[in-house]
Ligand binder design. Sequence first.
Ligand SMILES: [Zn+2]
Length: 133
Amino acid sequence: MAKIINEINNILLPRVCFGCNAQLFRDEHVLCAVCRHDVPLNDYNYLEENAVDRIFYGRIPIKKAASFVFFSKNGLIKSLLFWLKYKNQEQIGGFIWDCCGAQLKESGQLGQIDAVVPVPLHPKKLKSGATIK
Ligand SMILES: [Zn+2]
């Protein structure tokens, strides 16, 4: 019965890709297979020194900084962050964690991490429509 309700729900309210708006298949979540393949992952987490480390040199005392993806002005990651931050699409946070968490697990650095710092939300952006739960 639940399967039938889900199928009806998918017809009435189809789940779509946050990257390209294509309808998602049953096993897809957040992004379609094409967009998932296009996530601009980087290897900074595996490098001893990387571009993110260099941003913080001499500014604050950190042991390691990294990013998992490249950000571009009109790119897929910008779109995902927009939906996550301003449209309350919390499932995107889980998707991002699934992608990045897998990299962290592979790197063996999980035991060395004291804190994960999210990208902060500027007060002006918060006022413009974002909500905090
Ligand atoms: Zn897509």
